[in-house]
Design a protein around this ligand. Structure first.
Ligand code: B16
Ligand code: MG
Length: 213
């Protein structure tokens, strides 16, 4: 049994990964930069500015630091507009059941997300009080694939990495978990990652992993 489960947010607890895609796509279209789902998958778990740098690789001109800051703010404004529509009814019942079962069994649960919008999302979903710890983009200097956000989460839980399993939808997140000494469970896009220790079809597949390991 694992003593703690650390969940990524976008693409694991909720589908805000689609809102990230739509906001980046709008920015790319405005700038005339090619952008597709494949490029979007490279942005999973990666910080806002690092994501912008990846998108700008396909731009036909270079951008100043000031222009980059303005583009990142433009994308975040679009993204935050999407977040306003989130309500507790957007929470997948399988996610809620998973969180509640882990808590009932005494497993501590945390969020480990690169997003600086984490608390807004958790508040809108009505589940911010469910977590024993939240580590997000405001707590860290280095985003995934650096393990910092998961190490901060484990520290807040008072647990060692080896006693926790991380659930991730991003290759960068699986790498971060492994580099930090955590077990890694993949869902969504990350199921193709051979580095993952466990592969989940739905979030509740983490229950037998967490409760019987
Ligand atoms: P923000 P996660 C990550 O969240 C997203 O996957 C990634 O696409 C985004 O760029 C990053 O958060 C930063 O988000 O712009 O809201 O600070 O997957 O680590 O929960
Ligand atoms: Mg994610």
């Amino acid at each position: 049994m694992y003593q703690g489960v650390i969940f990524d947010l976008d693409g694991v607890i909720c589908t805000t990964d689609e809102f990230h895609y739509l906001a980046w796509k709008a920015l790319a279209d405005k700038e005339g930069i090619p952008f597709d789902r494949e490029t979007n998958n490279l942005l999973r778990g990666v910080s806002r500015m690092a994501s912008l740098e990846i998108i700008l690789r396909k731009a036909s001109r270079s951008y100043t630091d000031e222009e980059k800051a303005a583009l990142a703010a433009y994308k975040n404004d679009l993204y935050r507009d999407y977040l306003k529509q989130i309500t507790p009814s957007d929470l997948d019942p399988d996610v809620l059941r998973t969180l509640q079962t882990l808590k009932d069994k005494g497993v501590r649960i945390a969020i480990g997300s690169s997003s600086k919008n984490t608390k807004t999302i958790l508040r809108n979903l009505g589940i911010i009080e469910q977590f024993d710890a939240i580590a997000d983009g405001n707590d860290i200097q280095r985003s995934k694939p650096d393990p910092e956000v998961f190490l901060v989460a484990a520290n807040k839980l008072g647990l060692e990495p080896a006693s926790c399993v991380v659930v991730e939808d991003a290759f960068a997140g699986i790498e971060a978990a492994k580099r930090g000494g955590f077990a890694a469970a993949a869902i969504g896009d990350a199921v193709k990652d051979p580095e993952a220790d466990y592969v989940l079809s739905v979030l509740s597949d983490i229950l037998p992993v967490a409760l019987s390991a």
